[in-house]
Design a protein around this ligand. Sequence first.
Ligand SMILES: *[C@@H]1O[C@H](CO)[C@@H](O)[C@H](O)[C@H]1NC(C)=O
Length: 186
Amino acid sequence: MALISRSLLFLFSLNIIFTQSTSTNGVFSKQSNIYLPSEKLTHLHFYYHDIKNKNNPTIVQIVNTPENVPNGFGATYVMDDEITEGPEMSSKHIGRAQGLFGQASLHDIGMFMLTNFIFTEGNYAGSTLSMLGRNPVAEQNREMAIVGGTGLFRFARGYVIANSVYSISSPENFVMEYNITVYHHL
Ligand SMILES: *[C@@H]1O[C@H](CO)[C@@H](O)[C@H](O)[C@H]1NC(C)=O
């Protein structure tokens, strides 16, 4: 019952968007399916690679941590990592994971993550998902939030489960596994 009334509420708010947009934009009907209320649940499963070699790193530390702060607090990085379908770098490249993250926890190891997943291959080519969350990197099954998206992922919301894949990682290529569960409308 709660679900049904939420959908109705959503339909109602879409109606408002539709009405406002038609009055200001004559080509709106071409795009009206943007506001289709039907919701889809999609699972995505992929890997990305932190490359830390000297010549072509995909992850760079931009803020150093001062001495005598605990747990590397403050260390901050930027990344632009290759996303692959399978765990090996040689598997199909399907996008990039770009973002900012840093050690934001004084009492343990916990990174804040701001990550945009940019898909360039397959069904979701041209669409992006945005993630925001706390990443306790030493733990298994770290959960973070998907807070939005673009393209086919407009209105996206959901969560990720992230794991480090130690079995195939090396100091130069650290492999992360992401499982994303996301609601979206297209
Ligand atoms: C991630 O997804 C894969 C493929 O669907 C599945 O085999 C695996 O168990 C999932 N892992 C987690 C931690 O959810």
